[in-house]
Design a binder for this molecule. Sequence first.
Ligand SMILES: C[S@@+](CC[C@H](N)C(=O)[O-])C[C@H]1O[C@@H](n2cnc3c(N)ncnc32)[C@H](O)[C@@H]1O
Length: 255
Amino acid sequence: MTRLDRVEQTRGRLTGPPLTPRTAVIWSVLRAELDRRADDRLTVLDVGGGTGGFAVPLAGAGHRVTVVDASPDALAALTRRAAEAGVADRVHAVQGDGDALAGLVEPASVDLVLCHAVLEVVDDPVPVVSALAAALRPGGAASVLVAGRAAAVLGRAMSGHLDVAAALAADPAGAAGPRDTLRRRYDADRAAALLTAAGLAVEEIHGVRVLADLLPASVADGQQGALVELERALAARPPYRDLAAQLHLFARRPA
Ligand SMILES: C[S@@+](CC[C@H](N)C(=O)[O-])C[C@H]1O[C@@H](n2cnc3c(N)ncnc32)[C@H](O)[C@@H]1O
């Protein structure tokens, strides 16, 4: 039985933020880890956590969350959002670089580290992932979300940009030159190898937004609940998983 299957069975008692096609699969995976540690107040680190889309609900569930982000504007919005949600005392905003965590966070002090939609924009993902692993206590877990290459290739081709699709498919990093908004994109194997090289054991890989970006807004908006269910059903199943706009990896620092 997969983690998502287990969550499906307990869904009636799940609480938390509204589930959207962008977040439902990730929250399902995180919820299983939070349920596993239901008696603990976790120390959470969200690297590149931006305005707190995950940090604030995690703080609302009683966990202590530090958000390290390079953007002062994002951190200001995070601080406002945490105050509005009444969790300011459990959210710590730190301006800093993801690959310099060692100077910002005590090594081996974190139970759960999040790094969502960051590794595709940093200069070099290797030191960032090493820093994530070093911040985790033995047995701690990492939630890593990266851009998927296959979805980008298909998306560019279907919108008529065959030259960009070809460049994305051929480039070792999965980017399409200097005008690309991202520096790299991942296939599941390459993303898993990145985490493994840092000493993390990858436990699960899911696709996020397998379908959401392919549907006309009228369909997606009109059938949000059905779309979330279908995203959940397809997320762990290749080949659907591997065509998702983003890949979510859940990994653990060996105890
Ligand atoms: C695409 S946003 C993702 C925000 C959030 N994690 C999410 O999934 O909604 C990328 C975030 O990473 C931050 N960021 C980019 N490079 C960074 C770096 N080197 N160190 C820390 N944060 C960084 C940006 O400021 C931004 O808030």
